[in-house]
Ligand binder design. Sequence first.
Ligand code: B12
Ligand code: SF4
Length: 483
Amino acid sequence: MRILLTTPPMRSFNVSGVVFTNFGPYNLARLAANLPELPGGGRPVVRIADYNTLRLREHRLAEDIRDFEPDLIGIANPFSGYTRGVVEMARLARRLRPQAVLVAGGQAATFQWERHLRGGFDFVVRFEGERVFADLVRFLAEGGRPRAGYPGFRGVAYWDGEVPKQGQRAAFVRDLDALRPADRDVEPRRRGLVSPGWSALTEIGRGCPYHCSFCSQPGMWGRYRRRSNEAILAELEDLARRGFTEVNFVDDTVGVDHGDPTRFPDVTTALFEEIARRGLNLKIGLCLRADTTARHPEMVDAMVRAGLVLVNMGFESYTRGGLAAVGKSESSLELNRRASRILRERGVLVWGSHIYGAPSQTDEDLAATARHGPEVSDFFRLTMASPLPGSAAYHKMLARGIIDEDASLDNTYWHYNFKDGRDPDKVRRDMSLILARYYASPASLGKLLHRDRAVRRLARRTYQGVAFFALHRALGAVGAGIP
Ligand code: B12
Ligand code: SF4
C-alpha cells in the first residue's frame, strides 16, 4: 500500500510558517512511524509531501499524485482557515486518482468532520491520530472499502452508504511512550534556524489542564498526558546522532503545574537538567505560560543550561478585562512582566503572542496590548481573535449568534469575524496600524543587524513573513497570488 501524506495548501496568513522554516510536518512523521504491518507482511510505503515550504504556489498535489501513485491520500488540516483549500485538494485528488482513498485528520478536520466528508473525503480521523489511522489502514489493507460502513473501529467519521456518520470517540493513548517517535527517515528535513545542523519538532506531552476560552487544545487532547523523561531523552539522543542541532517542543505549554500532585515542573526540570548533563548540544525552543515561568525560575534555569533559546509565551492581554475576555484571568500585567524578565535576564528570547479584538475586549484593553506587548516581547506577535471550532468561546458565540457556522472558515488571524456591532474593517485597520508601527520602529528594525545571530535570523524571517503576507494580499487584490 502506498500512502501519500500532505500538509494543507499554503495560505497568505501562514506567516508563522514562513518565520519558522525549521518546523517540519512532525504530525505526519508521527503517523508514518505508527503504521501497522500489512497482512501480507511489510509496512506501507509512505511519502510526506510538505507544501509549507512553497512560497508562490499553494501545493504540488498533482505532481505528487502522478509521481507516487498513492492508494491512500491523507491531508492534514490543523486550522479551520484551511478547510476550503483542503476540500479543494480532496476534489483534485479525487479527479486525478479516483481509486485512492481520501483521509483527512488534524484539529480542524476533527471538529468539522461532516464538512470534510461532504467536501469529498472518504474518512476523517478525529482527535489523536496514530492508533486510529493505523486501524483504518489495516481495515483497508484487509479489503475494507469506503462507503461500506466502518464496523467496530472508533475515532473515525465515515460514510455509511450516503449518510455521513461519526464513529464513537477513541480513547486517548494513556501511555504515550507506547507510540513510536516520529519517523525521521520519511520526514522531509528542515535546516536549523539558529544553528548549523538539522531542526526537529518533538513533544513532551499532550493536553492541557487549563481552559483558555479561545483555545481548542483541551477539547482536542483531553487530560494532560506526558511521555517519560527516558523516552524523550532517548529520542533526543537519536536526533543528536543524526545531526540535529535544534529541537522545538510542540507542546502548547511545557511544565504545566496547575496544582498537580505529580508536580510536572519538577519532572520537567529533571528532564532539562539531564539534557544539559548529557551534553546533547541542542538549541531549544518551546512554549511556556507566564504564571508557570514566574513560579518556577529554577525550571527556566535548567532549560537554559540545556540550550533554551526561544520561548513562545501567550501573554494575550494586559488588563484585567482583556485577560478575562480570553479566559486567562489568572494572569496580569505584573505577572507577564515578571515572566518576561525571568527569561530575558537569562538570555532567552521572548516571542510574545497576543490576541487582538476578542469581542469583549474594550478599546482600553487593546491599547494596553499595543503599549505593553512590544515592551515585554523581543518579538511581538499580534493576531486577530479567531473563533476556533472546539474552543469554549466558539460554541458560546455560536449559541449567542455572534458568529455563524461559516465564520471559522474565514479565520485568518487578520479578519474580524464576529457580528457584535463593531466595524470589522476598523478593528482590522487598527490592528494593522499597531503592527505597522511596531515593524517600522527603530527598535524592531535594529534587530535585523543585531549582534546575536539568533535575533538577526528571527528578525529577518519575521520581516519575510510580513512581506509574504503583504505580497499575496496585494496579488489577491488583482486576482492572483495565494488567497
Ligand atoms: C508546531 C505548531 C505549528 C508550527 C508548525 C506546524 C506544522 N508543521 O504542522 C508553526 C509554527 C509553523 C505553526 C503554524 C501555524 N499554526 Co500552528 N501549531 C503548532 C502546534 C503547537 C503543534 C502542532 C503539532 O505538531 N502537534 C502535535 C501533533 C502530533 O498533533 P497534530 O498536529 O494535531 O496531529 C495529530 C492529529 O491531529 C492527527 N492528524 C493530524 N494531521 C493528520 C492528517 C491525517 C491524514 C491523519 C489521518 C491524522 C492527522 O494525528 C496526529 C497525531 O496524533 C499546534 C498545537 C498543538 N499542540 O497541536 C498549533 C496549532 C495546530 N496551530 C495553529 C495555527 C492557527 C497555526 C497557523 C495558522 C498560525 C498562523 N497564523 O500562522 C499556522 C499554520 C501553519 C500550518 N500550515 O499548519 C492552531 C490551529 C487552531 C485550530 N484549532 O484551528 C493550533 C492548534 C494552535 C492553537 N491552539 O491555536 N504551527
Ligand atoms: S492557550 Fe495554552 S494554556 Fe490556555 S488552554 Fe490553550 S494550551 Fe492551555
